[in-house]
Ligand binder design. Structure first.
Ligand code: NAD
Ligand code: UD1
Length: 360
């Protein structure tokens, strides 16, 4: 692979054992970066880090893992004391919308205190370059499409509010001290897996998102997919989203890091990472059935509270300023999702260990 980061650098990745984090860590290693991952493994497995190391080949020597909760300031201090980081990519956070409604304090405590602790430690160690995982959820139910970085923002639940609050905290940090250079990346709907099929999404507990559920139906872990709403004003009545291959998303982080390293004018910037294309639930299911050869039984139910009808990104800002554009379409997303699922029907675990073998 071509080295596109002029200064490869030492990068701390919080939440690097997770779905998007693991794919991004692999890309960073292949770019020649030294990567330190901190993750408390709340929603991930150390096996993901081991698989990334295997996929990285000779670059695996540049990967270190610490099982740390980012709210543990002392532990984080030790990590920063042992390595001088050029930048931090901050994925660590809780992301289940329904759970955030049930347990708001858990989300505020984890996502906000975690981020504030990280920023404090970064400031002490004079590491002031940050890439943060925001979400298209900040657009709420958008009035105009596609969503541009200037579209109005609204949070529909505590999870979304943590993203909006952290974006504001980052803007305030840059305002108070212009040495802070921050990229706020608003991801649309990441799906798929690394083409090797060795790393992919393996959420703990019952998944919330469409494709992990489709995948579990395909491997026989669930009897059917519940489709939330078929009375939307869309082509087939089901919700429309901007699905993006996780490898494209990982590449988007490389592009963001490159910008942070190379553009002295960067302040606190927002970028959408999506494909700009909308796909309905039924279209996504059909693409997955084609890729896998498996029939996905459907059960139609009412709309899920808080769901937008249609959401897709304007990608022009990222294309122009980050020189990044998603390469893959839904066929490749479903192909790679199925490759991962069929090679790892129980994710990183086995039927016996996966959530006690019960509901996972
Ligand atoms: P993930 O759950 O797979 O990864 C998050 C990782 O953070 C997990 O490995 C988890 O164990 C770790 N973590 C959580 N709290 C922590 C803490 N206090 N200390 C240390 N580690 C902690 O999720 P993901 O899909 O890879 O998402 C990564 C980021 O991107 C999250 O911030 C999420 O909100 C955001 N995001 C995800 C999506 C999506 O659909 N997957 C969409 C938009 C934004
Ligand atoms: C959801 C979250 C969003 C979060 C994002 C990534 C909600 C309301 N929104 O977005 O805040 O940033 O995940 O974690 O939870 N669908 C079904 N059946 C299912 C699951 C989903 O029909 O079992 C449909 C949904 O109604 C939607 C589409 O599939 O139309 C995609 O859903 P999902 O993967 O959960 O993503 P979002 O709703 O976009």
């Amino acid at each position: 692979m071509q080295l596109r980061l002029s200064a490869a650098g030492r990068v701390l990745v919080t939440g690097g054992a997770g779905y998007i984090g693991s794919h991004t860590v692999l890309q960073l290693l292949l770019e020649g970066c030294s990567v330190v991952v901190v993750d408390n493994l709340d929603n991930s497995s150390e096996v993901a880090v081991q698989r990334v190391a295997e996929l990285a080949g000779e670059f695996r020597k540049n990967l270190t893992f610490h099982k740390i909760d980012i709210r543990d300031k002392e532990a984080l201090e030790e990590v920063f004391a042992s390595t001088k980081f050029d930048a931090v990519i901050h994925f660590a956070g809780l992301k289940a919308v329904g759970e955030s409604v049930q347990k708001p304090l858990l989300y505020y405590k984890n996502n906000l205190i975690g981020t504030i602790t990280l920023l404090e430690v970064m400031a002490v160690h004079r590491c002031k370059k940050l890439v943060f995982s925001s979400s298209a959820t900040v657009y709420g139910w958008p009035k105009d499409l596609p969503c541009t970085e200037e579209s109005s923002l609204s949070a529909m639940n505590p999870y979304g509010r943590t993203k909006l609050m952290i974006e504001d905290i980052c803007r305030d940090m840059h305002h108070a001290d212009s040495e802070w250079k921050i990229m706020l990346l608003r991801y649309f709907n990441p799906v798929g897996a690394h083409p090797s099929g060795d790393i992919g999404e393996d959420p703990r507990g019952i998944p919330n998102n469409l494709m992990p559920l489709v995948q579990q139906v395909a491997v026989g872990r669930r009897p059917a997919l519940t489709v939330f709403g078929n009375d939307y004003l869309t082509k087939d009545g089901t919700g429309v989203r901007d699905y993006i291959h996780v490898v494209d998303l990982a590449e988007g982080h490389i592009a963001a890091l490159k910008k942070l390293f190379e553009d002295p004018k960067i302040g606190c910037e927002v970028y959408n990472l999506g494909t700009g294309k909308g796909t309905s639930v039924l279209e996504m299911v059909a693409a997955f059935e084609k890729a896998s050869g498996k029939k996905i039984p459907l059960v139609f139910a009412g709309r899920r509270p808080g769901d937008a009808e249609v959401l897709f990104a304007s990608t022009s800002k990222a294309e122009k300023e980050l020189n990044w554009k998603a390469k893959y379409g839904i066929e490749e997303m479903c192909r790679d999702q199925w490759n991962w699922a069929s090679k790892n029907p129980w994710g990183y675990e086995s039927p016996d260990t996966a959530n006690g073998g019960v509901t996972k």
